[in-house]
Design a protein around this ligand. Structure first.
Ligand code: RET
Length: 242
């Protein structure tokens, strides 16, 4: 394994472990139902990522394709679990305190997300350009569907509750960070191969640490604030009115 790649896979492993430990403590002191969904999901996200980074750092979780490119498929196993968890906690915390229950809409969002990762995996796996770019486009359309659902129906529905403003803040940050993933794919080894495997490892590791650990810590702190506000009667209004 290339030295830069190996170093960054270990940075990812240690960073995710640290993130999981940091995100475990808020779980122990949880006092409210409002925070529960956020706390549980934001703990599992770095824990899952730690496991898959460890697999990659130890030299597994990758295969060599027909043109000699090393493809880290373990990233896609990580994303298949962590991205649905991140979207689920974004939406369920946004809807908390409203009377809205739209399970089919939530399943639609999670379905688009899993479809995005699976078609992205197929695009990354192959070296056949027609197959690669066909699945890349499928994956990008699913990504657009995710944006459409978040900033369409879910933004409207969460606006009826006390966490609507936090939902918009989190959704904005999440969509900006997530946007960098297809760009790295496009430029890196899985796409046009304009830069080295080391550059891929650096970018994906930094992105993963931001999208999972930094975002998770921020989301949990927002959940704590919002639970405090709900307890002291603030923000309970919209629920009571409905
Ligand atoms: C792929 C393939 C090419 C097209 C698109 C992609 C999108 C990937 C995304 C990944 C997000 C991962 C996160 C992980 C952290 O937990 C699969 C690269 C659109 C958005 C946030």
């Amino acid at each position: 394994m290339n030295n830069t790649v190996e170093t960054w896979l270990w940075i990812g492993t240690v960073g995710m472990l640290l993130g999981a430990v940091l995100l475990y403590f808020p779980l122990l002191s949880n006092q409210s139902e409002r925070e529960e969904g956020d706390l549980v999901s934001h703990f599992y996200v770095p824990l899952i990522a730690f496991t898959l980074y460890l697999v990659m750092a130890l030299g597994a979780g990758a295969l060599t394709t027909s043109v000699g490119r090393v493809f880290y498929f373990a990233r896609y196993i990580d994303w298949s679990f962590t991205t649905p968890l991140l979207l689920w906690s974004l939406v369920s915390s946004g809807l908390h305190g409203t009377n809205v229950r739209r399970p089919a809409l939530l399943w639609g969002l999670l379905g688009a997300d899993v479809y995005m990762i699976v078609t992205g995996f197929l695009a990354a796996l192959t070296d056949n350009p027609t197959v690669k770019w066909t699945f890349f486009i499928c994956s990008c359309f699913s990504f657009l569907a995710i944006y459409g659902l978040i900033f369409g129906p879910f933004k409207k529905l969460t606006a009826t509750g006390p966490n609507g403003a936090d939902f918009v803040k989190k959704a904005t940050v999440l969509s900006l960070v997530w946007l960098a993933y297809p760009v790295v794919f496009l430029v890196g080894q899985e796409g046009l191969r304009l830069w080295s495997p080391g550059a891929d490892a650096v970018c994906f590791t930094i992105l993963d640490l931001v999208a999972k650990v930094a975002y998770g810590l921020w989301a949990v702190s927002l959940a704590k604030k919002s639970a405090g506000a709900l307890e002291s009667g603030f923000g309970a209004m919209p629920t009571a009115v409905r």
